[in-house]
Design a protein around this ligand. Structure first.
Ligand code: UD1
Ligand code: CA
Length: 468
C-alpha cells in the first residue's frame, strides 16, 4: 500500500451489559484499558493519525487513553448521541480534515485482532480496484452479527444486519467483523448518503459496503473468529483477557524468559523482562515493571511498578510496589517493599521485612523481621532482626539516617528523627532517641542483674502455698 493511513477507533458505546459505572472501553485487561489494544495496533501499523470516537463518559475515556499513549498525538472526536456506527465514523471527519488516504476503522471493544491480520487487510486493499476492504469470519452461531451478502461470482454486494435479515439471509455463516480499510474520499461521501431506514433506526456503517460494491470490487479477508470477538459483558472481558495473557507470556518465552508455569503467570502488557530470567508459578507482575536479565522472581510474588536489576532474586511470596531492586539483590521470601523503596546493588532484605520510602545502600543486609520507613541507610550496614524505625510521632513522619557500615543489634527501636554515624554499633534491645556519633557504641537497655538460687527459692514458696 502506497497511500497514507489514518485510523478511527469507535469507543463511544455505553456497554450496558457490563453493568458498570465505568465506560466499557476503560475496563482493564492486563493493566491497560480495553481500547488501548486496538489503538496500539493502529500505531504499530504506522497510522499517522489515530482518532478515538468517544461519547459515553467522554472525559474519562479521553483522560485514560491520553495517559495510555504518552508522546503520541492521539486525537478525539465526540459523538454526543450514539446514532449508529456510521454516525460514529462521521464524528471523526473533522479530526481528519486535510487527510487523504486509507482510513482503518477499528472497534474499541475488539482487543484481539492481531497486527498480522490487519496487515493482511491493508494488503488486500487496492484503491485501483475498489475503495473498501473488510474482514469477515465464519461463525458456528452467527446470531447478532451482520451477514456478508455475496452475489454472482461470489462478489460481495453488501451487509445485512441480523435484525434486518430475512430468514434465508440469517442462514449465512459468513459474518462482518466490522473492521474496514476505506479510501477517505469515498468514505466521507458514502457516509453522507446513509439513512436510518432500518430495523434499529440507526446510521449503519455497514451500508457503505453496498455503495463500495457499486463502484468497485470489495476486497474481503477472512480472519479467525477468535480475533474478531468483541467484549460485551464481564465474562467476555475475562475470556479475551485470558488470550491476551497467553500471548504476552508467549512473547516473553520466545524472547528468552523462562516461565515455570505460564498458566498461572500474569504479566501486564507494559512489562519488560530481560533474557534468562525465570518467573515462578503464580507470579503477578503489574503496571510499569522492568525486570532485568538473569533475575529470578519466586513463586507467588506480586510486583507492581517495580524495577528489578540484573541477577537479582526475589524469593517466593514477596510483595513490592513502586520499588527499585538493584542488581544482585536478594529479597524475601515474604518481603514487603512499599512505595519509595530503593535497594542498591547487592542488598539483602529477608523474610518479614517491610520497607517504605527507604534507601538501603550497596551491600546492606536486613535479614529478618524489620520495619524500615523514611530511612536512608548507608552501605554495608547490618540491620538486626526486629529493628524498627519509629518514623511517626502521631502527627508527622521523621527520617532515620544511618552512615556506612553501621551495626544495629536485634530488637532496636530507632526513634526518628535520628542519625547514626559511620561504623557505629547499637547494642541489641536499645531504644535510640539521640544521634550516635561515628564509631561509637550506643546501648540503652537496663543493665542485666543476676539473682543466684532464685528459682529454687521460688519453687519452695509455691510448694508452701499449695500445702495450706
Ligand atoms: C456491528 C456491525 C455488524 C458486525 C458487528 C461486528 C454495524 C451497523 N453493524 O454491529 O455488521 O457484524 O459490528 O461486531 O456497524 N459505536 C459507537 N457509536 C455508535 C454505535 C456504536 O461508537 O453510535 C461503537 C460501539 O461502542 C462498538 C462498535 O461501535 O465499539 C460497534 O458497535 P455495536 O453496536 O456493537 O455494533 P453491532 O451491532 O455489534
Ligand atoms: Ca458489538
Amino acid at each position: 500500500m502506497t497511500q497514507s493511513l489514518a485510523a478511527v477507533v469507535l469507543c463511544a458505546g455505553k456497554g450496558t451489559r457490563m453493568k458498570s459505572d465505568r465506560a466499557k472501553v476503560l475496563h482493564p485487561i492486563l493493566g491497560r484499558p480495553l481500547a488501548w489494544y486496538p489503538i496500539t495496533s493502529a500505531y504499530e501499523l504506522g497510522a499517522q493519525q489515530v482518532v478515538a470516537v468517544v461519547g459515553h463518559q467522554a472525559d474519562d475515556v479521553k483522560n485514560a487513553l491520553t495517559a495510555g499513549f504518552p508522546g503520541q498525538a492521539l486525537q478525539f472526536a465526540v459523538q454526543a448521541t450514539q446514532r449508529g456506527t456510521g454516525d460514529a465514523v462521521s464524528a471523526a471527519r473533522g479530526a481528519l480534515t486535510g487527510f487523504s488516504g486509507a482510513v482503518l476503522v477499528l472497534y474499541g471493544d475488539v482487543p484481539l485482532l492481531t497486527v498480522e491480520t490487519l496487515k493482511r487487510l491493508i494488503a488486500a486493499y487496492d484503491p485501483s480496484k475498489g475503495p473498501l476492504a473488510m474482514i469477515s469470519c465464519r461463525l458456528a452461531d452467527p446470531t447478532g452479527y451482520g451477514r456478508v451478502l455475496r452475489g454472482a461470482g461470489h462478489k460481495v454486494e453488501g451487509i445485512v444486519e441480523h435484525k434486518d435479515a430475512t430468514a434465508e439471509q440469517k442462514l449465512i455463516a459468513e459474518v462482518n467483523a466490522g473492521i474496514y480499510v476505506v479510501d477517505s474520499k469515498f468514505l466521507w461521501g458514502a457516509l453522507e448518503k446513509l439513512t436510518p431506514q432500518n430495523a434499529q433506526g440507526e446510521l449503519y456503517l455497514t451500508d457503505i459496503v453496498s455503495q463500495a460494491a457499486r463502484v468497485g470490487t470489495v476486497a474481503v479477508i477472512e480472519a479467525p473468529a477468535e480475533e474478531t470477538a468483541g467484549v460485551n459483558d464481564r465474562a467476555e472481558l475475562a475470556e479475551r483477557a485470558e488470550i491476551i495473557r497467553a500471548r504476552i507470556n508467549l512473547r516473553h518465552m520466545r524472547a528468552g524468559v523462562s516461565l515455570v508455569h505460564p498458566a498461572s503467570t500474569f504479566i501486564d502488557a507494559g512489562v519488560e523482562i530481560g533474557p534468562e530470567t525465570t518467573i515462578g508459578p503464580n507470579v503477578s507482575i503489574q503496571g510499569e515493571c522492568e525486570i532485568g536479565a538473569n533475575a529470578t522472581i519466586g513463586q507467588g510474588s506480586v510486583l507492581v511498578h517495580t524495577t528489578v536489576g540484573d541477577g537479582a532474586e526475589v524469593k517466593p511470596y514477596s510483595v513490592t510496589d513502586e520499588a527499585v531492586i538493584g542488581p544482585r539483590c536478594h529479597v524475601g521470601p515474604f518481603a514487603r517493599l512499599r512505595p519509595g523503596t530503593v535497594l542498591e546493588e547487592g542488598v539483602h532484605v529477608g523474610n518479614f521485612v517491610e520497607t517504605k520510602k527507604a534507601r538501603l545502600r550497596k551491600g546492606t543486609k536486613a535479614g529478618h523481621l524489620a520495619y524500615l520507613g523514611d530511612a536512608d541507610i548507608g552501605p554495608g550496614c547490618n540491620i538486626g532482626a526486629g529493628t524498627i524505625t519509629c518514623n511517626y510521632d502521631g502527627v508527622s513522619k521523621h527520617e532515620t539516617v544511618l552512615g556506612a557500615g553501621v551495626f544495629i543489634g536485634s530488637d532496636t527501636q530507632l526513634v526518628a528523627p535520628v542519625r547514626i554515624g559511620d561504623g557505629a554499633f547499637i547494642g541489641a534491645g536499645s531504644t535510640i532517641t539521640q544521634d550516635v556519633p561515628a564509631g561509637a557504641l550506643s546501648i540503652s537497655r537496663t543493665p542485666q542483674t543476676i539473682k543466684e538460687g532464685w528459682a529454687e527459692r521460688r519453687r519452695k514458696v509455691l510448694a508452701g502455698l499449695k500445702q495450706d
